[in-house]
Design a protein around this ligand. Structure first.
Ligand SMILES: *Cc1c(COP(=O)(O)O)cnc(C)c1O
Length: 411
């Protein structure tokens, strides 16, 4: 017996009307007219809020939610997010400036990233955001620059934990890494540092990204609390905050399911009871894609259709220059399809045809959908790529081949 073919999880986060996909209540035709563009990213505020609500329904109230801006730094989104989350994590000076200008209090902005340049460290100290220090030299530099400026830098240490994330996803801790200071080394230096030269806040323990395995996340949380407690025990000054990392994934590919936060939340509740020292300080979970990816669609127009040796090809005016991750070239090992649909023919009952959709770039890498079942696409229809609200335009090589850049809208 052959196994059933895995399918994509149902894309039921958006409303539809008369077979039209709606983003923030607007049809794609209407959005195209509003923008005077027929290729765009559209983000639905309500879907972002649904994801934030899902977090709060399950995760203990004591744990704050921060948004990692690199997932989607679209300015109107950052400005809206400012009222929906309790802090921003930034990874560049530009992101820091966007975060500050949104009105987010600087004490709730943290600046992570390896290889911070002296000017960035200076900017962070001047702004009063928390520097997530990624190396011993970076700490020395921050103290040095702070002394020149007459300001004690606000710092937290990014920890490269000894534990490694079990299961899939992007590992960003455990083993040798460019991120953070190894836990073993931190244990040596923490008792010896001169804390009078800094405003020490705490620790940032980040272990990975895009994880859909409940047991793996629970395991990482158990390890993170254990590590945080050991760090607190050895630190001679007060620890105000521990960033517990993030890592919650979203389903991109056939066979993947939405992450159920129920058991993760229950386990965090148990950990808070087990570690009173942690339950009494500020704890943070920082998420990027979990909050925004489900809320975004990448929409392009079908401009040509042809058959090549039995395979139907749709040509669109959108491609990997706008959406590198959908093309399978943003860290994926093999290309797999994102969920796609014809946005003006949303109808699960109608007949579907195997279609390969491609963009305008002269490279076989520019594939939007490979042999996917789509409802009778015609020239002029909208090809929609779901799960596109994170790592879109700013994670894509927009100048590659010189086609126009893409526009965005938040509705
Ligand atoms: C990239 C990154 C995030 C966001 O990752 P997502 O997978 O989008 O949630 C959060 N924190 C740090 C330190 C990161 O590098």
């Amino acid at each position: 017996m052959s196994k059933p073919t895995p399918v994509h999880v149902e894309m039921n986060q958006f409303e539809t009307k008369d077979k039209q996909l709606l983003v923030g209540g607007h049809t794609l035709d209407s959005i195209a007219d509003m923008l005077s563009k027929d290729v765009f990213y559209a983000y639905d505020k309500n879907v972002v809020k649904q994801q934030i609500d899902k977090f709060h329904r399950h995760i203990p109230k004591h744990i704050k939610l921060h948004y990692a801006i690199k997932a989607n730094p679209y300015l109107p989104l950052i400005n809206a997010m400012k009222d929906w989350v309790e802090g921003f994590d930034v990874a560049s000076q530009k992101e820091m400036l966007l975060a500050i200008q949104s009105g987010m209090p600087t004490r709730d902005i943290s600046f992570a990233g390896p290889s911070k340049q002296l000017a960035e460290i200076r900017a962070a100290i001047s702004a009063g955001v928390t520097l997530h220090v990624e190396s011993e030299l970076e700490l020395e530099r921050a103290i040095q620059i702070g002394q020149e400026m007459g300001i004690n830098p606000i710092v937290a240490f990014r920890v490269n934990p000894a534990f490694e994330l079990k299961a899939s996803g992007m590992k960003m801790g455990g083993g040798p890494k460019q991120f953070g200071i190894d836990e073993e080394r931190l244990m040596e230096i923490l008792p010896t540092l001169d804390y009078t030269k800094m405003q020490f806040r705490g620790f940032h323990i980040y272990w990975g990204s895009q994880n859909l395995k409940v047991e793996a996340i629970i395991d990482a949380h158990n390890n993170t609390f254990d590590l945080a407690q050991r760090l607190i025990d050895i630190t001679p000054v007060e620890v105000e905050t521990v960033n517990l990392g993030g890592g919650f994934g979203i389903p991109y590919f056939a066979g993947e399911k939405r992450l159920d936060l129920t058991d993760i939340g229950t386990n965090l509740q148990r950990l808070l009871a087990e570690y009173p020292a942690l339950a009494s300080i500020e704890l943070i979970i920082e998420l990027g894609r979990f909050l925004v990816a489900e809320a975004g669609v990448y929409v392009s127009k079908v401009t040509d259709k042809k058959t090549s040796r039995g395979q139907t090809y749709l040509m669109t005016n959108g491609g990997l220059h706008h959406h590198l991750s959908n093309s399978g070239n943003f860290g994926q090992v093999i290309r797999k399809n994102y969920p796609v649909a014809i946005g003006n023919k949303i109808d699960s009952a109608c007949e579907k045809h195997p279609i390969t959709a491609v963009g305008p770039l002269c490279t076989p890498l520019d594939t939007l959908a490979d042999k996917m079942m789509l409802s009778d696409p015609q020239i002029g229809d909208w090809l929609v790529v779901y799960q596109s609200g994170a790592y879109g335009p700013t994670a894509s090589p927009q100048d590659f081949l010189g086609h126009p850049h893409v526009v965005e809208i938040l509705l």
